[in-house]
Design a protein around this ligand. Sequence first.
Ligand SMILES: NC(=O)c1ccc[n+]([C@@H]2O[C@H](COP(=O)([O-])OP(=O)(O)OC[C@H]3O[C@@H](n4cnc5c(N)ncnc54)[C@H](O)[C@@H]3O)[C@@H](O)[C@H]2O)c1
Length: 321
Amino acid sequence: MIILLTGAAGFIGFHAAKTCLAQGHTVIGIDSLNDYYDIALKQARLSELQAHEAFEYHTLDIADDMALEPFRARGITHILHLAAQAGVRHSIDDPRAYIRANIMGHLEVLEFARHCKTLEHLVYASSSSVYGERAQTEQAFRESDITRAPSSLYAASKISGEMLAESYTQLYKIPQTGLRFFTVYGPWGRPDMAYFIFTEKVLRGEPITLFAPDEMHRDFTYIDDISAILPIILAAPPDQKHMIYNLGNSNACKLMALVEAVEHACGKKAILDIQPKQKGDVSRTLSDITSAKKAFGFDPKTDLSRGVSAFVDWYKTFYKI
Ligand SMILES: NC(=O)c1ccc[n+]([C@@H]2O[C@H](COP(=O)([O-])OP(=O)(O)OC[C@H]3O[C@@H](n4cnc5c(N)ncnc54)[C@H](O)[C@@H]3O)[C@@H](O)[C@H]2O)c1
């Protein structure tokens, strides 16, 4: 495969690139290197990737008109579109960043795909946030559930991305697969996410803020389980169709279970600061992964304590603690 990978300096993009390169594919990575979180971390991920001969990298903003034009004659066979403005809470402070990256940017990727004669498959990142808040919170989210009640602008932008993708398959028969990721975590992870912030603060002996911890459950999904399945999904284009799959661990863990896993891995007790639920947060996420299991053999194996412990080991090495 010759893969155009957007968001290559991001958390999931970095791991996806590593897996694809290890399997002998060519990866053309692009990223805007925006400063939503530490650019040095993004650059460190890129340095690792640049050690591979089959990796090429360009800094650019996918939302710029024609930014992808130079790649048209590159014989790209697959697109893995992961670039986005991520994070639920930040969409309250900077709504425009979400429309620009997740809607305008997604549109530019679709336009590129539409005119790319060598393209076999476009795979893009959606999110569990499309499901919103549930009245029956015990039930797992299924791909066939109606997704019409986004709790945040981030969720709205991801639902919009799915709609844009669907229209391009209907119009131009582009084979596409949308992946609804559920709280992906692990080494080289995102500094804006709870597991990263908790680790940082527990190691420093600072209090961690928990928003409505009795209510909060997340389907924490370990990065290696995700990065292992991505090349398999890329290599399996649906015939002129647009498919959507949940990719989660299929296990709703309490927020306190995350705190305990971090405490155990750090060998230190957390100081807790309990606060009410935040705007935009949903109480519980849980994936039904029957479809991805059937289509690709997706079978996540990493439990929270093992995954968090691998993250904390990486954190201590990377930040020399
Ligand atoms: N990590 C998760 O738990 C999770 C959960 C659900 C969905 N997702 C989705 O998966 C994808 C990857 O997420 P991640 O966790 O790796 O996030 P990330 O923020 O680490 O990676 C996204 C990358 O995209 C880049 N980017 C942003 N806007 C861009 C633009 N306009 N042009 C070019 N590059 C741009 C950023 O610089 C960043 O490096 C995103 O689409 C995200 O919405 C992630």
